[in-house]
Write a protein that binds this ligand. Structure first.
Ligand SMILES: *[C@@H]1O[C@H](CO)[C@@H](O)[C@H](O)[C@H]1NC(C)=O
Ligand SMILES: *[C@@H]1O[C@H](CO)[C@@H](O)[C@H](O)[C@H]1NC(C)=O
Ligand SMILES: *[C@@H]1O[C@H](CO)[C@@H](O)[C@H](O)[C@H]1NC(C)=O
Ligand SMILES: *[C@@H]1O[C@H](CO)[C@@H](O)[C@H](O)[C@H]1NC(C)=O
Ligand SMILES: *[C@@H]1O[C@H](CO)[C@@H](O)[C@H](O)[C@H]1NC(C)=O
Ligand SMILES: *[C@@H]1O[C@H](CO)[C@@H](O)[C@H](O)[C@H]1NC(C)=O
Ligand SMILES: *[C@@H]1O[C@H](CO)[C@@H](O)[C@H](O)[C@H]1NC(C)=O
Length: 398
């Protein structure tokens, strides 16, 4: 009897031991990941309801902070009237927590793809903003309405009479290269601009159609960077569900019907396919992964690389991913550049150290793209840079 008990005990111990080995080795290595891989893709039940992970994907249980910093110009009079170099003071953060939910979710092509729009809400939060930051702060910034007028005048107006009229109109409306604008207005709530109000008025529309639309008016319904975007969406997304391979989870295939952003010249920077939107990642991220994310409001994608794993979130070990060093290099991400109509070299000793030799007629120069960083100091190129660092300083643009 005692022997029987001993054998039974031994068997139980062996079973527990085997179970332990199983839990210790194959379960975390193979079985658990396989369970996760088979569950954690974007999916719906027969009745259209979502399992937990998909539900959280559709209603992100997280708040994203949009923290804005401005370079406030502190010597506007000297800049406007004496052509002085602007002095900047960085102010911020002005913090606008954002929440979002996915709307118009529609599974397509046997649930391989899912379409959605992201409905976003921003709420001003003084507690996560800087101590001196207030909702009603005023900022002195370059005036985009004025810049648009200049751009139109340079690109689309050939008649000197029209240029003269536009010039006069700017003076009349008080449009200047710099403008004091309200913080909330310049970001989300929009602000009144005399020129934009004028071009959107019924009077101008009637007058223009009467004159046979001699100038193309910029299609700007309201001023600001994200004017009246609150509780709207940022376009149609088509992403992979990950049903075929969970590594493809939530990777963008199209945004607003586009695979490439037409304002970037190189395919590397233009192609947004297989970027995430920053909110949801595949499971089992590795330190060698490059995480790409597309941010529609920044009009571009960003590449993130692993930077360490010093932190835990709610007790769960976390991996840090940061922007790659070159991500704000506007020579690589050239979609923000503009053609330097004023033909100024703002940084003569950069990037070619002032010793640049320029021979545009040398053989082979026709094949060199001088807009690309690697060719910048090539003798075929003028060694100058045309990026939107400095705004037009003179009021006299005719
Ligand atoms: C920005 O600069 C202007 C002067 O150009 C000043 O009146 C304004 O208070 C400054 N705003 C902030 C937030 O510092
Ligand atoms: C956006 O809408 C929410 C809800 O109506 C509101 O609380 C918030 O102040 C609005 N934000 C902006 C920028 O208008
Ligand atoms: C901003 O100014 C308006 C109008 O003067 C005022 O009603 C509002 O309370 C101010 N907002 C804050 C956050 O101070
Ligand atoms: C205005 O000028 C831009 C740049 O040269 C050009 O791409 C655009 O087609 C022009 N638009 C019209 C209506 O002439
Ligand atoms: C402009 O015209 C439209 C219809 O053409 C009308 O709905 C609108 O109220 C008018 N706006 C103003 C400010 O008169
Ligand atoms: C976004 O959601 C808000 C509130 O839920 C709703 O009023 C608004 O119409 C939605 N916007 C769009 C573009 O669907
Ligand atoms: C300019 O000079 C710096 C250091 O003096 C050097 O690192 C850089 O390569 C030079 N650039 C060119 C284009 O010659």
């Amino acid at each position: 009897m005692r022997r029987c008990t001993a054998i039974l005990l031994l068997i139980i111990l062996v079973v527990i031991f085997l179970l332990g080995i199983f839990l210790l080795i194959p379960f975390p290595l193979a079985i658990y990941p396989a369970i996760v891989r088979s569950q954690v893709y974007i999916q719906h039940a027969e009745d259209g309801s979502f399992p937990k992970a998909t539900f959280y994907w559709s209603r992100l249980p997280a708040v994203q902070h949009f923290n804005f910093y401005f370079f406030n110009i502190t010597n506007p009079d000297e800049v406007l009237y004496n052509g002085a170099v602007p002095k900047f003071v960085e102010v911020g953060p002005y913090s606008w927590p954002e929440t979002e939910f996915k709307d118009f979710i529609e599974f397509r092509e046997d649930d391989t793809y899912v379409h959605y729009q992201n409905n976003k809400t921003w709420v001003w939060d003084p507690s996560s903003s800087c101590d001196s930051c207030g909702y009603n702060d005023t900022l002195m910034l370059p005036n985009p309405a004025f810049a648009s007028v200049i751009y139109m005048s340079k690109t689309n107006l050939t008649s000197p009479v029209m240029k003269f009229l536009l010039n006069g109109l700017c003076l009349l409306l008080g449009e200047q290269p710099l403008r004091a604008v309200p913080m909330a207005g310049v970001l989300f709530t929009s602000y009144d601009d005399p020129f934009i109000s004028l071009i959107n008025s019924n009077f101008t529309k009637t007058l223009m159609s009467f004159m046979g639309n001699p100038i193309p008016l910029p299609p700007v319904p309201a001023m600001g960077y994200f004017p009246n975007y609150n509780q709207t969406n940022d376009g149609d997304f088509l992403v992979k569900t990950g049903i075929d391979n969970v590594d493809n989870l939530a990777l963008i295939q199209k945004w607003c019907g586009m695979e490439k952003l037409p304002w970037f010249s190189s395919t590397d920077t233009a192609d947004i396919r297989n970027s995430g939107d920053g909110s949801f990642q595949k499971p089992f991220i590795k330190s060698t992964d490059r995480l790409r994310q597309f941010q529609s409001l920044a009009c571009r994608k960003f590449e993130l690389v692993y930077s360490g794993n010093s932190r835990t979130v709610n007790g769960i070990p976390a991996m840090d991913f940061v922007l790659e060093e070159n991500e704000y290099n506007s020579l690589v991400y050239d979609g923000y550049r503009y053609p330097n109509f004023e033909n100024q070299d703002y940084f003569p000793s950069w990037p070619c150290n002032g010793s640049h030799k320029y021979n545009p007629n040398s053989p082979g120069c026709s094949g060199i793209n001088c807009a690309r960083q690697e060719n910048f100091c090539d003798p075929c190129c003028n060694g100058r840079l045309a990026i939107f660092f400095i705004f037009i300083i003179s009021n006299n643009f005719s």
